[in-house]
Ligand binder design. Sequence first.
Ligand code: ZN
Length: 152
Amino acid sequence: MAVFKYSWGAELQGGQLTDADLAWQYLFERRVITITSERWERRFSYRLREQDGGHAVEMLNGPDNRRDFRFIGRIGDDGQFASTTATPDVRWLGFKLFAEAVAPLWAGDMPAGLGLWHDNVCGRCRRRLTVPTSVAFGFGPECIDQVKRRKP
Ligand SMILES: [Zn+2]
């Protein structure tokens, strides 16, 4: 299994989606998926929402991974992602990476050069985890400190 380098140096395996069909299904279960790009050294998180017989795509755009999602486009019945704008603002890379991931996934292939990660819940506080390092560890950063301290 290919291990996608994340954290730009560290290799993580836990939390990575490595099967294209399952990654596609995960997205369609309305769970949060995070896409990492080694080339850009960036990551963005997305979720889908059913809307008018298709699916609206929302991108995480703030610190609260339950609420801070913003509409960026739609996936039609043909699996094509149509973004709402081509404006090259700060969110442009987020549009681009989603489009680069969805086209091969629809065809049944894993996107080249991108890492796909599922979400998780923190083993201590049960908050949603979306950062790949946290998903791999099973705890958020504050809780990792707490659980490390209580180690017998
Ligand atoms: Zn926690």
